[in-house]
Design a protein around this ligand. Structure first.
Ligand SMILES: [Zn+2]
Ligand SMILES: [Zn+2]
Length: 257
C-alpha cells in the first residue's frame, strides 16, 4: 500500500512521488512517515515562523531610505544575488523573497555578488550533485552535521568580520532560492546530509518546490563575469537566463579551478 499524508488532506502525495528518499532515512527521521503535501508544507512553514507578510511594490528599488524605513525596510549588506533592500525586523532580502514566492529556484555563479562568488564555488564542490529527484549528499567525513560554513550575511553590514558561521543548508538555500535573513531552513526529505535545494524550504516557500531547478550554472564564464562587472547595480542581473531549464544538472557539475 502506498503511504499517504498523515494529516488526511484532500490532495495526497506519496513522498516518493516528490522525492526519491530512502525508506530507512524516512523511517529514522519521520517514524510516522511525514509526507510532503500542501498541508504538511504549510505546517512545516508555520512551525518555522508565522511572521511572513509580503507586499509587492514595483517601485521598491527607487525608494529613499526614509520611504523604505516607513515600510519596514532598509538598505543593508548585499545578498548573494546583489540586492540590498532588507526587512528591518528579520533582515530578509526583499527581491529574494519575491523570487522565492514565485517558486523560482536557481542561480548563475557568474552573477552572484563578488563577496559570495568564490565562497559559493568552494561550497558547491562539497555537494554531490545528482538528479533533481534525488538527495544531493554533502561530501564530508565529519560525523557532526549539519556543518557550518563561513559566509557573509546581513550582519556583515555592521560586523567586524565579513563572514559569519552559517548552517551549510541555509547557505545552499540562500544561493539557490534567496536570502531569508533570520529565518531558518528545513530539509523536507529528512536527510541531514542532503543539500538538494529542492529539498530545502523556509517559511517563504508557500507552494511545493518545483520539480526542477530553473537554472544552475557553476562554471565561471569570462563573458558573464564581464557583464557582472559592468552591471553590478542591476537588481535583475541574478535572474539572467532564469527561464532556461536545465535538462540534466550533471552537465553543470564541473567547476572551474
Ligand atoms: Zn536578494
Ligand atoms: Zn534530500
Amino acid at each position: 500500500m502506498r503511504p499517504f499524508c498523515i494529516f488526511n488532506c484532500v490532495k495526497k502525495f506519496p513522498v516518493q512521488y516528490l522525492f526519491n528518499v530512502r525508506k530507512t532515512t524516512l523511517k529514522k527521521n519521520y517514524p510516522q512517515s511525514l509526507h510532503l503535501c500542501m498541508a504538511n508544507l504549510h505546517r512545516i512553514s508555520q512551525s518555522l515562523s508565522y511572521e511572513t507578510n509580503f507586499r509587492y511594490d514595483p517601485g521598491m528599488a527607487t525608494k529613499s531610505e526614509e520611504e523604505l524605513k516607513a515600510l519596514g525596510f532598509y538598505q543593508g549588506f548585499p545578498c548573494a544575488h546583489g540586492h540590498t533592500i532588507r526587512s528591518l525586523e528579520k533582515h530578509w532580502c526583499y527581491f529574494c523573497v519575491q523570487k522565492i514566492l514565485s517558486n523560482t529556484c536557481g542561480f548563475d555563479i557568474n552573477y552572484l555578488h563578488s563577496s559570495y562568488k568564490w565562497k559559493y564555488q568552494k561550497l558547491w564542490r562539497l555537494v554531490e550533485i545528482n538528479s533533481f529527484k534525488e538527495c544531493w549528499e554533502i561530501k564530508s567525513d565529519s560525523v557532526y552535521l549539519p556543518e557550518r560554513v563561513k559566509m557573509p550575511s546581513y550582519r556583515s553590514e555592521y560586523s567586524r568580520d565579513l563572514c559569519e558561521n552559517m548552517n551549510l543548508h541555509k547557505a545552499i538555500y540562500q544561493c539557490a532560492w534567496g536570502d531569508i535573513g533570520k529565518y531558518r531552513v528545513t530539509k523536507t526529505c529528512g536527510n541531514s546530509r542532503c543539500a538538494n535545494p529542492l529539498h530545502l524550504i523556509s517559511s517563504w516557500n508557500r507552494t511545493l518546490p518545483p520539480k526542477t531547478i530553473n537554472q544552475m550554472v557553476l562554471d565561471f564564464d569570462a563573458q558573464k563575469l564581464m557583464v557582472y562587472a559592468n552591471n553590478k547595480e542591476d537588481i535583475d542581473l541574478s535572474m539572467q537566463g532564469m527561464k532556461m531549464n536545465i535538462a540534466n544538472p550533471l552537465e553543470h557539475k564541473n567547476i572551474a579551478e
